[in-house]
Design a protein around this ligand. Structure first.
Ligand code: FMN
Length: 303
């Protein structure tokens, strides 16, 4: 067992904490002496909610970024090759000065927070920080203007109601919301209603970022950008919840594209703000490391 293998196994273990659609954690790692391969877990893809597997790829991208951050924080340089099979191959290049230690430390503290957010919006400086985090991944964000929130709210409600009428959709969400076939899990709360600034209701200080990229179909890289944004938010003490209903069907995704303007392709909406209550939200369960990680050679992995 080389120490490189141990570093890669450590990365795969930490990557289990990445966010994923309906907490499916749809990834598999294969660890070798110098490389780790990432593949989707075909048993955990969502035929109804995510028939094109875009959100599974986004989730795998988030796991990939978590793994890379964990490795670089341990003082190793990595090369990442992206493809289709495997989705990504991480190769340990050599030792280097530790980087991203703050992001790595945030991995086990980051949780999706679906609770109402209070009146205080994140500062312009913090929002700029979050927006900067996605740039190295080839992505950008659109900060939804206050006067655009009612449109976002109406589209979210319409997308949710359309989805509820698709055959099999509700049953699939219920299956995974109760933990799927093997992992126990919390029930992801249905999408929060978005409120306009004048309602006097919760979520007044919530802001919404639309993650977008210049190229379409870059779902794995979008997941890497999402992870960078969410971990940066955790470091800066901002709570987030990803909202995918608006990208799950073509028409709301088209509407998001018109909000952004230009030729950009929307990948996800992220709600950011500060919850009214201070305590952290409940942590969602994770699959055991042995279920998401296997070895390229015989012998136990240091999981
Ligand atoms: C691609 C993607 C889409 C998601 N969409 C939603 C969503 O529409 N609504 C929601 O409440 N949470 C959404 N989430 C958050 C997941 O439900 C959450 O990551 C998962 O349950 C694990 O919990 P954690 O983020 O607290 O670790 C999404 C996450 C990802 C990666």
């Amino acid at each position: 067992m080389t120490s490189r293998t141990a570093v890669l196994a450590h990365a795969a273990r930490l990557a289990r904490h990445a966010p994923s659609i309906l907490n499916t954690q749809p990834w598999q790692w294969r660890i070798g002496r110098h490389t780790a391969e990432l593949r989707p877990d075909n048993a955990r893809l969502l035929a109804q909610v995510d028939p094109e597997h875009h959100l599974a790829l986004l989730s795998c991208g988030a796991a990939l970024h978590h793994a890379v951050v964990a490795i670089r924080a341990r003082g190793w340089d990595v090369a990442v090759d992206r493809g289709t099979d495997p989705l990504a191959r991480i190769t340990l290049a050599g030792t280097a000065a530790p980087e991203f230690t703050d992001l790595a430390a945030a991995i086990t503290h980051r949780h999706t927070d679906r609770r109402p957010f209070g009146a205080q919006p994140p500062s312009g400086e913090i929002i700029a920080d979050l927006r900067r985090a996605v740039l190295p991944h080839g992505f950008d964000t659109h900060l939804v203007r206050r006067d655009e929130v009612p449109l976002l709210a109406a589209a979210t409600a319409r997308a949710a109601s359309d989805a509820a009428h698709r055959p099999g959709h509700t049953a699939e969400v219920a299956h995974w919301a109760s933990g799927g076939s093997s992992a126990g899990g919390i029930r992801p709360v249905p999408m929060r209603a978005l409120h306009g600034p004048a309602t006097g209701d919760g979520d007044i200080g919530a802001r919404y970022l639309i993650l977008h990229g210049g190229a379409d179909r870059e779902w794995l890289r979008a997941g890497e950008a999402l992870s960078a944004l969410l971990l940066t938010a955790t470091v800066r003490g901002v709570s987030c919840s990803p909202m995918s209903e608006l990208v799950e069907a073509p028409w709301p995704r088209g509407l998001l594209a018109t909000l952004i303007g230009g030729a950009a392709h929307p990948y996800l909406v992220i709600r950011i703000g500060y919850p009214v209550h201070d305590e952290p939200p409940p942590a969602a369960s994770r699959r055991p490391a042995a279920e998401t990680t296997s070895s390229m050679f015989t012998g136990a992995l240091p999981l």
